[in-house]
Design a protein around this ligand. Structure first.
Ligand SMILES: NC(=O)c1ccc[n+]([C@@H]2O[C@H](COP(=O)([O-])OP(=O)(O)OC[C@H]3O[C@@H](n4cnc5c(N)ncnc54)[C@H](O)[C@@H]3O)[C@@H](O)[C@H]2O)c1
Length: 444
């Protein structure tokens, strides 16, 4: 057990070293969240050690080749050239760092419950290589209580190490919005909640050197809940607008025109847009973490469940529109050629995780359609039991299809060509605005 004096020194020296950027900062998990964080830490002046269990990612970084759309190869080259950035899959580096940000995935398991297995595996590695005086910050989105209920007991080693004295622990949700050119790790305010005051101070100092605004809260539980409030807010509002979009179809009203007019109100309204369903690693998953935790406490999260039901029904609604579009041409869905444009979960990213386009695709194939896709961000992917490759987009590709379904409105898609050469288009993103009166365009 360290002496009282040693413990005091851990805090003082960690804080001093962070403030003067004299730390080896570890980042565990080099995906959409961890890699941009590494680059910010390098820019701040830290010596950064990126750790990922996926050898392919380490190899790719070794070749200075970025696998994340928002990060250019030149940014990687710049980071490595400082001599303060190294990446590895060797977990023993954990013993060499003073701070460690944990950015591993938090998906759902097959029965739709939170899957904390990545956090648990990360924790095992930390327990094995833990050294006194380290700061650990969990960034993975999870239900309120995870930091204190899952991480704290393990890191305390049966009460032999005291948090806030022998080690430091905080939660800080990542709030990045991939593909958003205006907001990034540097200028999105960072919420930080430590288990003790000393933990909050150290974690806030770590981010303070590279993030414009730090917002400290009273506990990790509050910080965990902040992230879930933000994403539940989005999920519920998207659910509402998706339901209104369906309602507007029955009323013969254009939902997009309604939203455009409503958003001119300078207060009390924030626009959300309908779409083919939720996708990505956050909005479809995070609210389920919260409703799962609520259920454990005997509380039913009705808004979350309702929004989930409405949002999950959107791929079928898109397929219904395809059936109508084909029907208007006298064609059945079975045997028709359908071309999907953009299969990522949103525009201008290369991420297909939870993408509603895959649900639309599956439903179309289940009903006998012949489906192909074009996506400038996804060269190929395994779908069902086959590898599928993106078709190049040319007038003839459009003309050969019986129906086009626009699912992700990537900036690089040639909308004029799509309008001019498609037999009919189901536009789930209101991208083909210029031709809204065109009868061959079916909007959500
Ligand atoms: N992607 C987003 O837009 C976003 C935004 C905010 C929050 N989040 C949250 O951040 C977390 C990470 O998300 P992501 O999108 O970066 O995931 P990701 O899958 O892109 O990256 C996670 C990385 O962790 C690595 N990994 C897994 N276990 C590991 C271990 N034991 N040791 C080292 N590396 C390990 C994986 O190989 C992977 O490269 C999730 O909880 C997610 O919900 C994501």
């Amino acid at each position: 057990m360290p002496t009282v004096r040693a413990r005091k020194i851990y805090f003082m020296s960690l804080l001093e070293n962070i403030k003067s950027c004299d730390v080896r900062a570890g980042v565990m998990g080099l995906g959409y969240v961890g890699l941009p964080l590494c680059l910010e830490f390098v820019r701040a002046g830290y010596h950064v050690v990126g750790l990922d269990s996926d050898e392919k990612k380490i190899e790719s970084l070794g070749k200075r080749s970025s696998y994340i759309t928002d990060i250019r190869d030149s940014e990687l080259i710049e980071a490595f050239e400082t001599g303060r950035f190294e990446v590895t899959s060797d977990q023993s580096v954990i013993s060499t760092v003073q701070t460690l940000n944990i950015c591993v995935p938090t998906p759902l398991n097959k029965s739709g419950a939170p899957d904390l297995s990545f956090i648990k595996t990360a924790l095992q590695a930390i327990e094995e290589h833990q050294t006194p005086g380290q700061l650990y910050v969990l960034e993975s989105t999870t239900y309120p209580g995870t930091t204190e209920e899952a991480l704290l007991p393990a890191l305390s080693r049966g009460g032999t190490r005291e948090v806030g004295k022998d080690f430091f622990l905080a939660f800080s949700p990542e709030r990045i919005d991939p593909g958003n050119p205006n907001f990034n790790t540097h200028n999105i305010p960072k919420v930080v909640g430590g288990v003790t005051e000393a933990c909050t101070v150290c974690a806030a100092a770590l981010y303070g050197n590279c993030v414009d605004t730090i917002v400290t809260v009273s506990s990790p539980r509050v910080a965990e809940m902040v992230k879930l409030l933000e994403n539940t807010f989005r999920s519920v509002n998207i659910g509402l607008v998706n339901e209104l979009a369906k309602m507007c179809h029955n009323l013969d009203v254009d939902i997009w025109e309604v939203i455009d007019a409503a958003k001119t109100k300078p207060f009390g309204f924030m626009p959300f847009y309908p779409g083919p369903g939720l996708g990505g690693h956050c909005i479809p998953i995070d609210p389920i973490y919260l409703s799962w935790k609520a259920t454990q406490m005997g509380f039913k999260a009705r808004f979350i469940e309702l929004a989930d039901q409405v949002n999950s029904s959107m791929p079928q609604f898109v397929v219904d529109l395809v059936v109508k579009a084909l029907g208007d041409q006298g064609k059945p869905l079975k045997g028709s050629n359908v071309l999907l444009l953009g299969i990522t979960y949103k525009a201008d990213v290369n991420d297909v995780r939870e993408s509603p386009a895959l649900d639309v695709w599956q439903l179309l194939e289940d009903w006998g359609a012949r489906v192909e896709y074009h996506d400038p961000f996804v060269e190929s992917l395994l779908f069902g039991d086959r590898e599928r490759a993106s078709k190049s987009l040319a007038p003839v590709t459009l003309q050969e299809a019986d129906c086009i379904v626009l699912l992700a409105a990537h900036k690089s898609l040639d909308l004029d060509m799509i309008c001019d050469h498609s037999p009919c288009v189901v536009d789930t993103r209101n991208a083909l605005k210029r031709d809204s009166a065109n009868e061959k365009i079916y909007k959500l």
